[in-house]
Design a protein around this ligand. Structure first.
Ligand code: KG4
Ligand code: ZN
Length: 374
């Protein structure tokens, strides 16, 4: 509900900024610059942030820096690496890479934050693959792949809703997956075949509506609307609709995802748990296959996985194992930095601050802003 979202932004922005400054133990006078998200996103919410940031920057005499939300997600991982440098790699590119050693955020292997990376941004609004390359102190991005319809997080949220689970759906499905058989329902993803199939139409997603697709390799295109329909069909076929509807009040009473098998089975029958596990296994498998294929195709030195869905346990485990198997390095943000946050916007702004790339006073919201078009 865009109207409600902007009103909530307006209500929250002053107390949130005050609380953040207080928690960090700094005052407005201590700041060097103000960074703000200029897109993509909901116009009303973006405008609240931009207007407030402009006013603060003007009043404090500080430079203003505009940041793309997706670039922020990529910098969440880079920030993490700067704070907790990965353990230096001691083996060759195909040598043993120990998962997790001394790297709290799941950075596997060594390497610096200044290397070319393939970034998978996977959230409620996006499922995009970018090649991120350091260039003259800042970063350059090229779009490699993207979803044609729903984002992976959107599929999680829709399936969770269909099954009477909480919102956002990701954490619920993540928690319940452990108790189901992920081979019970054989979901498949058809290969997206030809460019002609796309019909030249711009795909619809919440964020970057106009991102180019015609030149993209179809092997790196995603589509998550089919699996959502397949889950719906399974639910209808197995008469799980009423069962799902009956779960809503019990799920709301619990107020959080189940913690153990007993709670899970109390909330969902085994057939639903199996469906949930199979859904997640298929989605993570598709993300994994295409991301690693793209990393190989563009000869990336490492893979960054970021955005809300990057908080997923199975995704982290399987990406880590596949990276070790194929000799890639992979990094994730901490769980807190995986979902939307402001620290990632500050982190993305930092290289622009250093190189003096400031926003002009005419800066305005760009709801359909894309990353890496040039
Ligand atoms: O990055 P984010 O906080 O906001 C957007 O920019 O969209 O991502 C939110 C999305 C939601 O769709 C949510 O269901 C999903 O991330 N999500 C997860 C998990 N935690 C959040 N998906 C799978 N597993 C999780 N653990
Ligand atoms: Zn996001």
């Amino acid at each position: 509900m865009p109207e409600l979202a902007s009103r909530e932004h307006l209500r929250a922005i002053v107390p949130v900024v005050r609380a953040a400054l207080a928690e960090a133990g700094v005052e407005l006078g201590d700041l060097d610059a103000i960074a703000v998200t200029s897109g993509p996103g909901l116009a009303g919410a973006l405008l609240v942030g931009i207007t407030y940031a402009k006013a603060l920057a003007f009043a404090q005499g500080l430079p203003l820096i505009a940041v793309n939300h997706l670039e922020g997600h990529i910098h969440a991982v880079l920030l993490q690496e700067r704070e907790f440098p990965p353990v230096p790699k001691t083996e060759g590119p195909f040598g043993k890479l120990k998962a997790g050693t001394g790297a709290p955020a799941g950075v596997v292997g060594g390497g610096g934050a200044e290397e070319t990376a393939l970034a998978l941004v996977v959230s409620g609004g996006h499922t995009h693959l970018y090649l991120a390359q350091p260039l003259n102190g800042t970063w350059k991005y090229s779009l490699i792949g993207r979803t044609l319809d729903d984002a992976a997080g959107e599929a999680y949220d829709k399936v969770a809703k269909l099954l009477g689970l909480g919102y956002p759906g990701g954490p619920w499905i993540d928690a319940l997956t452990r108790f189901g058989n992920n081979k019970a329902v054989p979901f498949t993803f058809a290969q997206i075949k030809t460019k002609a199939h796309l019909g030249g139409k711009a795909p619809r997603t919440k964020g970057a509506k106009t991102a180019p697709i015609a030149e993209l390799d179809p092997h790196f295109l995603f589509s998550f609307s089919g699996i959502k329909t397949a889950v719906l069909r399974y639910v209808q076929l197995h008469g799980l609709r009423e069962e799902a509807a009956a779960r809503v009040p019990r799920m709301m009473a619990l107020g959080r995802p189940p913690k153990n098998r007993e709670e899970a089975l109390d909330l969902c029958p085994q057939v639903t748990l199996d469906l949930i596990a199979s859904f997640q296994h298929a989605v993570v498998g598709d993300l994994l296959r295409k991301t690693f294929a793209a990393a190989e195709a563009v000869d990336a030195e490492r893979i960054l996985v970021t955005g809300g869905v990057a908080a997923n346990r199975e995704l982290r485990e399987r990406f880590t194992a596949e990276a070790a198997r194929r000799g890639f390095r992979v990094a994730f943000p901490t769980l807190a930095l995986s979902t939307d946050n402001a620290a990632m916007i500050a982190a993305a702004a930092w290289p622009r601050y250093v190189t003096g790339e400031f926003a002009r006073s005419e800066l305005t919201a760009e709801p359909g802003m894309v990353l890496g078009r040039d």
